[in-house]
Design a protein around this ligand. Structure first.
Ligand code: GLN
Length: 204
């Protein structure tokens, strides 16, 4: 399976290394047409406003079409891009996740921190059935907060009372940086999503 990592800016290389470690083939996506070659996409952390500028209108539209049909995982700035409502300040989103997200929600004083949250996925990495929670290290860097979770959005991890990993259909987002921790479970959950999508497509 081939996973693209949007490589316009931000920490795309840490995602590349993590995905390769887990056995995926990785393409660093710099041009819209590369989206046609991949089975799933990671939008890394960085600065979501800068991503929007670098994508331009055509790139944004192409990405909007992509996230409707293929699994996509956004971390931090990537999570902001995937939301359907962005505040602080208001900004365009791809509308793949029915969430409202607030940029830089932790304020300047604690703009970066490593915290322990809870991963709510079952032991086999698949959702549903024997759901169980386990501790997960989370690296937050000028992180956004998901302030509203709408219909059909499943919470896969929490930190305190906040949802920090969510999924809706084939779209996943984390407000922290799982690529910066040694724990590979969050990326594995995304690769499961891509795998299931491929199986579904070949069956249908
Ligand atoms: N603060 C950034 C934004 O609002 C996100 C930070 C990150 O990706 N680490 O886009």
């Amino acid at each position: 399976m081939t996973i693209g990592v949007l490589a316009l800016q931000g920490d795309f290389d840490a995602h590349r290394r993590r995905l390769e470690e887990l056995g995926a083939r990785v393409v660093l996506v710099r041009k819209p047409e590369q989206l046609d070659e991949i089975d799933g996409l990671i939008i890394p952390g960085g600065e979501s406003g800068t991503f929007l500028k670098l994508l331009g209108e055509a790139g944004f539209e192409k990405l909007k079409q992509f996230v409707k049909v293929k699994p996509t995982f956004g971390t931090c700035a990537g999570a902001i891009l995937l939301a359907n409502e962005v505040e602080n300040p208001k900004q365009a989103g791809l509308g793949a996740l029915n969430i409202r997200i607030r940029r830089n929600a932790y304020g300047r004083q604690i703009d970066s921190s490593i915290r322990e949250g809870k991963f709510l996925v079952d032991k086999n990495g698949s959702q549903g059935g024997g759901r169980h929670e386990s501790p997960l290290e989370m690296v937050f860097i000028r992180a956004p907060k998901i302030v509203d979770v709408g219909e059909n959005v499943e919470v896969l991890a929490t930190e305190g009372s906040d949802p920090v990993v969510v999924r809706q259909d084939k779209t996943m987002a984390a407000t922290f940086h799982p690529e910066l921790s040694a724990d590979t479970r969050v990326h594995r959950a995304f690769l499961d999503l891509v795998h299931n999508d491929l199986v579904e497509k070949s069956a249908g």
